[in-house]
Ligand binder design. Structure first.
Ligand SMILES: [Zn+2]
Length: 294
């Protein structure tokens, strides 16, 4: 209980640092409750999940993950990566804090030029429009893969087990349809910002590399939802993956690259603020948080 009590919305955090000539400000949408971890991952026994979590001093009865949103000022453009849950509370009452967090960081929604989304799940596109369909970032172009847009706005998926995701995607994406730009794999679609497809979690899931001067930051999106489980056991399948086997292939490829090149990452769902490095460790990987500098 102590853990969840500590997550009752208070002052939304923000944290800012330089990346080459660019400026990165991290804001928070708040925490998501994913329920019992033993039902969230496939291909592993409950005993092993509990053993890994226990060895990291984490609770075994509930999985809580963060939503770390990056605002990047780079070469005259301001891009915001992922938009949080908006008003949807299907993953608990502690999310939907983006607008408060931006206010706290003195960032006006009207100053955002680009909303960059790794994929079209509710916790990534849920904060694009208000409940009445009004765009919450009036001057922003929305960047997303076409595959994800087509899949998650497809009305034929309504009434299936994808129903909630499709309804939330349609609510947030259809009102801004004319302002959506699709990026291709490998494309530098904004100055210094490149899309790198890592499909499987969704069919158009993408990661992003931000480059400024001689510094880089790789935004992992939902390549790994958990800073321990899906790194120590990168072969695990996550219950929300559309193509779990492909997700494992993409995860292993990207994690190998990140460990090999020692590239800084921003991990959307890792513990706040989600900045650090991923290194090879035992038969998998480990997240090494970067100390915050105040
Ligand atoms: Zn997510």
């Amino acid at each position: 209980m102590a853990n969840s009590a500590a997550r009752i919305p208070g002052i939304p955090p923000h944290y800012s640092f330089a990346l080459g000539e660019a400026r990165v400000t991290l804001v928070a949408d708040g925490a998501l409750s994913l329920g019992n971890p033993t039902t969230t991952f496939k291909g592993v026994s409950a005993a092993e999940i509990e053993s890994i979590l226990t060895s990291h001093f984490l609770p075994i009865d509930r999985l809580t993950i963060d939503q770390n949103i990056g605002v990047v000022d780079i070469r005259g453009k301001r891009a915001l990566f992922e938009t949080g849950m908006g008003s949807d509370q299907s993953l608990g009452p502690y999310a939907g804090r983006l607008q408060d967090s931006l206010r706290q960081a003195s960032i006006s929604p009207a100053s955002i030029d680009a909303l960059v989304c790794s994929h079209a799940h509710p916790d990534h596109i849920g904060g694009i429009c208000a409940d009445d369909g009004e765009p919450l970032f009036p001057n922003a172009t929305v960047y997303l893969s076409k595959v994800d847009f087509d899949f998650w706005t497809d009305e034929r998926n309504l009434g299936t087990n994808l129903d909630l995701g499709v309804r939330i995607a349609r609510k947030n994406l259809m009102p801004v349809r004319e302002r959506i730009a699709f990026f291709d794999d490998g494309e530098e679609f904004l100055p210094g910002i490149r899309a790198l497809f890592a499909t499987g979690h969704t069919l158009g899931h993408s990661c992003f590399m931000v480059t400024s001067g001689d510094e880089q930051m790789y935004l992992i999106g939902d390549l790994s939802h958990h800073h321990v489980l899906l790194l120590e056991r990168p072969d695990l399948q996550f219950v929300y993956d559309i193509d779990p086997e492909q997700a494992v292939v993409s995860r292993l490829k990207a994690l190998d690259m990140l460990a090999e090149t020692r590239t800084q990452v921003l991990a959307y769902h890792f513990p706040w603020p989600g900045i650090g490095h991923i290194g090879a460790w035992k038969s998998g990987f480990r997240f090494f948080p970067k100390p915050m500098a105040f």
